[in-house]
Design a protein around this ligand. Structure first.
Ligand code: FAD
Length: 470
């Protein structure tokens, strides 16, 4: 055995672990590094939350359905594995907010709910005249005076724009990403750019007006969607990555039970009774799994306290004749000021036409968010009934779905609470003292979006390579 050989184990085969494995293998090949890479995944498949179902000509995502194109790492990874020609942008169309039983068009120019155009904001039925006047106070209010400390998204936006804009627009939009409690989520860990805008421009409305790129499409040209996916579903990225990992040992259906420090290495106990020795570990498991991996590591306790929300996605396929009242648009999110259980619905056949056979319709709904998670534990039949009842209040659905796919995601949406970044810094500092060469990555830490996860996998690879050099 070569004394110089480094052994690196990546725990978790979701997009974070796969990206880490891919980029580490790439470095190994390009720089001829003597590294042995092993990827260990607890379930019998790779991809984690990425799961595509292909059925009867439909392409249905059980988990994520796309990624933000402006965050470049996902598109870059797609190109690396040769799937560039499979990339598709979403079709743009009217998005709605469901408020008090009525669909309201998203006001034009609203960036994450912050108005940047006057007329659509003045004329929208989403806010009362008093709510609109309160939001306009943003134009004169001073910047937060909290010494750059973290605060909740709720307190930040409520102070700037008032409760109505927060509850009727910003909260439902953010809820689609975190399914969380806006009054507990950290501003700095989720949308630090808004704090920066306030610091620089004082007013959010004026600042967003300055900083939002103006898209001026030629009259005949349709605006390009902000999101991208792959023609055959996101699972094709997972499959392509798996195929490319020809110098990585992949263990599936094997769980890592613990990571222990030995004299100058780490010893991983596996659920199949074996142990693996290695020099570096990239841990890309969800935080509640990560918290229990290092016995006696009191500094990982904050991960145990960090909460996650459970949600479920419900994809329903219909013949287009079933929709008696077709609404022009791509979907809606639901304000909490409603008697509804669904939290969002995408008209997938319109937003992503390639996913649905001609003459058919896919409605993909979400249920579950902080304080409303019990629904996720209901039976498929019960969830289906609740979703259909809700849909029927808005659009006449005249038939039973041809099929329904319910997917439960228990404790799947990590909640970054106020102080998250400080907590992370402290934990990582201790980890690097106690377990040098072990790195945490994935959606629990620096962003839940697929590009954020890929970035965090790449950052962990850089850290491993640096530790090899030193
Ligand atoms: P995971 O995908 O959770 O992977 C972690 C892996 O670790 C799993 O495969 C698990 O089996 C494995 N594991 C756990 N414990 C062990 C152990 N002890 N040993 C070995 N393996 C272990 N993001 C977007 O950008 N766009 C979207 O449209 C979008 N929609 C979403 C919709 C839903 C319903 C959900 C739940 C999330 C969505 N997200 C979206 C977020 C995004 O999907 C996730 O943040 C991302 O997929 C997480 O990837 P990950 O690799 O960090 O974790």
């Amino acid at each position: 055995m070569n004394e110089e050989k480094r052994r690196v184990v990546i725990i978790g085969g979701g997009i974070t672990g796969l990206a880490a494995a891919y980029y580490l293998q790439k470095e190994k090949k390009e720089k001829n590094l003597d590294i042995e890479i092993t990827l260990i995944e607890a379930s019998n498949r790779l991809g984690g939350k990425i799961q595509t179902v292909r059925r009867d000509g439909y392409t249905i995502e059980r988990g994520p359905d796309s990624f933000l194109a402006r965050k470049l790492s996902a598109g870059r990874l797609v190109k690396e594995v040769g799937l560039e020609d499979q990339l598709v942008h979403n079709s743009t169309g009217q998005a709605y907010i469901l408020l008090k039983g009525q669909l309201h068009p998203m006001p034009e120019g609203a960036v994450m709910g912050i108005p940047t155009k006057l007329l659509p904001f003045v004329t929208t039925g989403l806010f009362s005249p008093i709510g609109k006047m309160r939001a306009a106070a943003d134009l004169i209010l001073p910047a937060s005076n909290n010494g750059g400390e973290d605060q909740s998204l709720g307190s930040f936006f409520r102070r700037r724009l008032g409760d109505e804009v927060v509850e009727n627009l910003i909260e439902p939009l953010l809820s689609g990403i975190y399914a969380g409690d806006i009054d507990k989520l950290s501003l700095q860990a989720t949308f630090p750019q808004f704090q920066q805008v306030e610091e620089k421009y004082r007013s959010l409305i004026l600042g967003m007006k300055q900083t939002t790129p103006k898209q001026k499409p030629a009259p005949a040209q349709k605006k390009k969607g902000m999101f991208q996916t792959l023609r055959g579903g996101l699972q094709t990225l997972v499959d392509a990555l798996e195929e490319k990992l020809d110098q990585v040992t992949i263990l599936k259906a094997v769980k890592v039970d613990s990571i222990k420090k030995t004299e100058d290495q780490y010893s991983l106990s596996l659920s199949n009774g074996k142990t693996v020795q290695c020099d570096n570990v990239i841990v890309s498991t969800p935080h509640h799994a990560t918290a229990g991996l290092i016995p006696g590591a009191d500094y990982l306790a904050p991960l145990q306290q960090m909460s996650s929300t459970s949600v479920a996605t419900i994809a329903m396929a219909f013949d287009e004749s079933a929709l008696k009242q077709d609404i022009d648009g791509t979907g809606f999110v639901v304000s909490r000021n409603n008697d509804y259980t669904i939290t969002a619905c995408t008209w997938t056949h319109k937003k992503w036409p390639h996913t649905t056979p001609k003459g058919k319709v896919i409605l993909r709904c979400y249920v579950g968010r902080v304080g409303e998670e019990a629904i996720v534990d209901q039976s498929d039949e019960e969830i289906k009934k609740v979703v259909l009842d809700d849909l029927n209040k808005i659009m006449e659905v005249g038939a039973e779905p041809e099929f329904t796919i319910v997917t439960r995601w228990r404790e799947a949406m990590p909640q970054y609470a106020v102080g998250h970044k400080k907590m992370l810094q402290k934990m990582n500092d201790r980890l690097s003292e106690e377990m040098p060469g072990v790195y945490l990555a994935g959606s629990s830490f620096e962003g839940v979006g697929l590009p954020d996860c890929i970035d965090s996998g790449e950052a962990a690879v850089k850290a491993v390579l640096n530790s090899i050099k030193n």
